[in-house]
Design a protein around this ligand. Structure first.
Ligand code: G3H
Ligand code: 13P
Ligand code: ZN
Length: 337
């Protein structure tokens, strides 16, 4: 303990009106950066692995790194989450590995690219819930597909979440949290022009509408890296070639949190922090070859981003507000569903 169900972390966040960052992990340094950052600012943790991360790490290695986080930091509430599961099988695999939460991304077919229709999304998501809830495991669903509004990249405007479908989707699937598509996209290339608070960067009206229609729903914002300009500049200064690009500003995320967003997914920013640090290190220490020499500062750079997100999203200081519950407790909670 305490591996906690993600549902508890989100329920507690909703009570006090803050958001919790979800950080993706692929290796030990990322996991340590998250835990060290969380300990320093006293935040609950949502640590996520994608299908790609499980493949990269041969599953067993990442599972044991994540378990080491729980063992090493026994007081911090930690949810282990599968990111973008695209089949019932991968969700079952994650649950077998000991994850306390899974995302069934039924917005897409198993290839992770082709949009899936609404009824089929309900059906497959419900199937995962039927399997996960009796084990006390949290389920996140997705309605609508991520994509850009501003430049038409990705799935585009027509795949944004329809707020009027949300209530029925949640009632029929019984998901604990729902990823909504409001114009964000994954990766570093989100917006080509600098986000302007006076222009509609994201479809915040969708989040506000959903919150009005379903005030108890925990919404999730994917594709929420902020793409810090100083990291892009550092990468490019030391040999990188990243074109002008902007992410989701922290003020936009904070606006979403005020309107019911409880989980904010961040992966790219940590990748940028590692790359920026290593590029600089290589340039300044061409004679060095011990990986620990550059992985140590890159871990520290990630930790700084992580702590800033805990603070800005509001979860800092809340790790010890509540008594962690177990998956066994959650089984009872779901019993009468
Ligand atoms: O959803 C996207 C996350 O950033 C995970 O990315 O599939 O490359 O591990 P990945
Ligand atoms: P970013 O690529 O913006 O970090 O988004 C990550 C994400 O949504 C993971 O599910
Ligand atoms: Zn995502």
């Amino acid at each position: 303990m305490p591996l906690v169900p993600m549902r508890q972390i989100l329920d507690e966040a909703a009570k006090k009106g803050y958001g919790v960052p979800h950080f993706n992990v692929n290796n030990m340094e990322q996991a340590q950066a998250i835990m060290r950052g969380a300990e320093e600012v006293k935040s609950p943790v949502i640590m996520a692995a994608s299908k790609g991360a499980l493949k990269y790490s041969d599953m067993l290695f990442l599972r044991n790194i994540m378990n080491a986080c729980i063992e090493r930091y026994p007081k911090l509430p930690v949810a282990l989450h599968l990111d973008h599961g695209t089949s019932v099988e991968i969700c079952k695999t994650a649950i077998d590995l000991g994850f306390s939460s899974v995302m069934m991304d039924g917005s897409l077919q198993e290839d992770g690219k082709t949009p899936r229709d609404y009824d089929s999304n309900i059906q497959i998501t419900r199937e995962v819930v039927n399997f996960a809830h009796p084990l006390g495991v949290t389920v996140e669903g997705e309605l609508g597909c991520l994509g850009g509004i501003e430049d038409g990249v990705g799935s585009g405007k027509e795949k944004l979440t329809d707020p009027y479908q949300v209530k029925e989707f949640v009632e029929k699937t019984k998901v604990d949290a729902l990823a909504v598509a409001i114009g964000t996209s994954h990766g570093a290339y989100k917006f080509k022009i600098k986000p302007d608070p006076d222009k509609n960067l994201l479809a915040m009206d969708i989040i506000k509408k959903i919150h009005k229609l379903c005030p108890d729903l925990h919404m999730v914002m994917h594709g929420s890296s902020s793409v810090p300009q100083e990291l892009i500049a550092q990468i490019n200064k030391y040999g990188g070639a990243i074109p002008e690009t902007y992410g989701v500003p922290l003020w936009a995320i904070q606006e979403g949190i005020k309107a019911g967003v409880r989980k904010v997914n961040v992966d790219t920013d940590l990748r940028l922090a590692v790359t920026a640090t290593i590029r600089k290190y290589f340039k300044e220490h061409p004679e060095e070859f011990d990986p620990r020499k550059y992985l140590e500062p890159s871990r520290e750079a990630m930790k700084q981003i992580i702590m800033e997100r805990f603070i800005k999203f509001g979860s800092a200081g809340h790790a010890f507000d509540y008594e962690p519950i177990s998956l066994e407790d959650m089984k009872k909670f779901y019993k009468n569903e």
